[in-house]
Write a protein that binds this ligand. Structure first.
Ligand code: ATP
Ligand code: FE2
Length: 327
């Protein structure tokens, strides 16, 4: 079975083509919208997606050396995400489904990060630490659903890093530049450590870090910001592992490309005798292959989304989906 998936919840529009035999991923093509100044403007991002989605689709089909008629199932990111972006890719997916008469599957974006990690690493039943620009969640499978064990109470960790970088003149996305600067940091500056139960909050840390910019060097600030935020994320992830009794941790989302975060999570896992897994960068960031793979899994278990029920869901919660494809 061959499935084509379209991702478009935020900055990235991506088309992935996967199959259920090796090699699983036949194509995974993405294009990212970068705001000229300031933060992401949902309508501008949606216009970007509308302008490039056909090109991205053609490129993915070329890479997979196939025609759209060869695809058996069409998946799309139904939510959560920015309304205008979601609507744009949903329209593209519906048009393709109607044109080809192939079934459509609406996919929860957060679950797709977990499923592609489970397929492309050796993780089988992990706790997922999902850290991106807009999302920060600790997710694990329990009683037929992916449950959220902890999450951000305000902004996503990537958003915190990008805002910090923007204030200090770094270009978007700032995560990689902050990681580079943090490597030169020598001195830890105390910042508010904001873990509330199983949840985390980043906006206070961001304000506190920016308030220290006159008195501290940029490397020390970046180092301290990373150490504080990543320690919080590692702490709640460890607690979710202890609570669920799971012995695997999986990383997902663009911020998981950060080596310091990977090392912290890996050493936490090693200390508890657990295993830590991190997919390649192309599958950590938002991508079409993860949507395609999750749609394939869902379709194999009889789940499809009729076009008339394929409305987007901006606040689509991870735990709303009955995960019937896992026993
Ligand atoms: P979502 O819709 O899932 O919220 P997103 O649009 O934020 O996703 P991703 O590609 O998953 O997209 O993540 C982008 C984020 O990852 C940005 O905030 C960026 O700064 C951050 N990032 C990328 N590389 C690194 C890195 N090496 N260290 C820290 N953060 C990073
Ligand atoms: Fe994402």
């Amino acid at each position: 079975m061959i499935c084509l998936g379209i991702e478009g919840t935020a900055h990235t529009v991506g088309v992935g083509i996967v199959q259920d035999t090796a090699p699983v991923i036949l194509a995974n093509v993405s294009r990212m919208y970068a705001p000229v100044s300031g933060g992401i403007h949902p309508r501008d991002a949606a216009n970007h997606h509308a302008a490039v989605v056909v090109d991205v689709l053609r490129q993915a089909l070329d890479e997979a050396q196939m025609d759209v008629e060869d695809v058996d199932v069409l998946g799309f990111s139904m939510g959560p995400g920015l309304g205008p972006c979601l609507r744009t890719v949903a329209t593209a997916a519906r048009s393709l489904a109607l044109y080809t008469c192939k079934p459509l599957v609406g996919v929860n974006h957060c679950i797709a990060h977990l499923e592609i990690g489970r397929k492309m690493t050796e993780a089988r039943d992990p706790v997922l630490l999902y850290v991106s620009g807009g999302n920060t969640q600790v997710i694990a499978f329990l009683n037929g659903r992916y449950r959220v064990f902890g999450e951000t109470l305000d902004i996503g960790i990537g958003n915190c890093l990008d805002k910090f970088g923007r204030e200090l003149g770094m270009s978007f996305p700032a995560g990689p530049a902050i990681e580079g600067k943090a490597r030169e940091g020598r001195c830890y500056l105390p910042l508010p450590y904001s873990v509330k139960g199983m949840d985390v909050a980043f906006s206070g840390i961001l304000t506190a870090a920016l308030a220290k910019r006159e008195e501290a060097s940029l490397p020390d600030l970046c180092f301290s910001l990373q150490e504080t935020c990543f320690a919080m994320l590692t702490e709640v992830t460890e607690r979710a592992m202890a609570h669920t009794g799971k012995s695997e941790v999986l990383l997902g989302g663009g911020v998981a490309a950060n080596r310091r975060l990977q090392d912290m999570v890996a050493s936490m896992a090693a200390a508890r005798g657990a295993a830590s897994f991190c997919p390649p960068r192309s599958l950590l960031v938002d991508n079409g292959a993860m949507i395609a793979w999750t749609a394939l899994l869902m379709h194999r278990h009889g789940l499809t989304t009729p076009v008339e029920e394929s409305h987007i869901r901006q606040n689509f919660r991870t735990d709303e989906v009955a995960v019937t494809w896992r026993s």
